[in-house]
Design a protein around this ligand. Structure first.
Ligand code: BGC
Length: 334
């Protein structure tokens, strides 16, 4: 190989290396630009709508499911669901959150309408052109666009009819209600009373309030059982009532002969049913309520016609259908 050939080979190799580097860097710069562009795009891809969902208790499995249902719509509809509420039931705090949502001019509000003060605040939102869906507890006299949740009066009736059936129409009943003032609990008690009215062998001994806590449910059930030794059955209108009633029955050694019916398929309630300490549960559909509430707000924004209210299912779980119920959930109690 002569000198000229060696120089030529070296020159060509250098040229190829230089070209490869340029190509490589050109490509890197291109994809870097693209990544930056995508980054900016994803940062600026603000969801189309911002909704606020105000629940009763953040620290409660029932409301966790409502929130999960609503949150699951975020990807589907490209919306942001801000799920807020007090840790423990606190209607004043809920009202404040509602007021804040109105002042922030959000695109839609989903709220549980516990009592009268909610009606005026809901109307304020509607007057500010913000669509409102009531969830779980309705305010039919307000200007809200629609309601999604259990028909609480009918659920009370269903409970009453199930109790008549399960006790062969013979029972002296103590009622533990979550609240004397909140609309849904009042409706559940009313429905229950109306259903058992026709059964001559059923009497209602007393109605007490648990403030939707298991401690108060236990205290009140204990007191009722010691003051009225004729009580043979209990109806609890909120999630924790059955747990409290079962604990009181346990303390007084009445778990064998006492019939206990309560609201909500919480894991703890299902376990008590399995153990035979609770006899029947009225199941609601919190996840579906949450999911559909967002669909409804979307429909309103898109100008689609909606109904005045949408009632999700309420049904009874007893030991007789518990196996089926568990199987349908693939063994998952949650
Ligand atoms: C009611 C909710 C309540 C929850 C917890 C449910 O039965 O429908 O309104 O927040 O129990 O007490």
């Amino acid at each position: 190989m002569n000198r000229t050939t060696i120089v030529s080979i070296l020159f060509i190799s250098l040229l190829i290396t230089a070209l490869s580097f340029s190509f490589y860097f050109y490509h890197e710069v291109q994809s870097y630009d693209q990544k930056i562009a995508e980054g900016i795009a994803s940062e600026s891809s603000i969801p189309k709508h911002h909704f606020v969902l105000i629940g009763e208790e953040m620290n409660h499995d029932y409301w966790r499911l409502v929130g999960e249902g609503a949150k699951q719509t975020e990807q589907v509809y490209d919306v942001f669901v801000e799920y807020v509420g007090p840790e423990r039931s606190n209607p004043e705090e809920q009202l404040k959150l509602l007021d804040m949502a109105i002042k922030s001019k959000v695109d839609g509000i989903i709220v549980q309408a516990l009592n009268d003060p909610f009606t005026a605040m809901i109307n304020k939102a509607i007057e500010a052109d913000i669509p409102v869906i009531t969830i779980d507890t309705d305010s039919p006299t307000s200007l809200r666009n629609s309601y999604i949740g259990t028909n609480n009066y009918m659920a009370g009736r269903l409970a009453g009819e199930a109790l008549i059936e399960d006790t062969n129409g013979e029972a002296a009943v103590g009622i533990i209600t979550g609240s004397f003032t909140n609309a849904h609990h009042k409706l559940r008690v009313k429905g229950f009373k109306d259903a058992v009215e026709k059964a001559e062998g059923i009497s209602i001994v007393a109605v007490e309030e648990s403030n939707i806590t298991r401690v108060e449910a236990e205290e009140k059930a204990y007191r009722l059982l010691t003051e009225h030794d004729n009580i043979t059955a209990f109806f609890g209108t909120s999630s924790y009532d059955g747990i409290g009633i079962a604990a009181a029955a346990n303390l007084l050694n009445r778990q064998e002969d006492l019939y206990i019916m309560t609201f909500d398929a919480l894991v703890e309630n299902i376990q008590l049913l399995e153990a035979g300490d609770i006899d029947a549960i009225i199941e609601q559909q919190p996840f579906e309520m949450g999911y559909k509430s967002i669909e409804l707000i979307q429909d309103i924004i898109n100008g689609k016609p909606i109904q005045d209210s949408y009632h999700t299912d309420a049904s009874i779980i007893r030991t007789s259908n518990l196996d089926n119920w568990t199987r349908e959930r693939g063994g998952n109690l949650d």
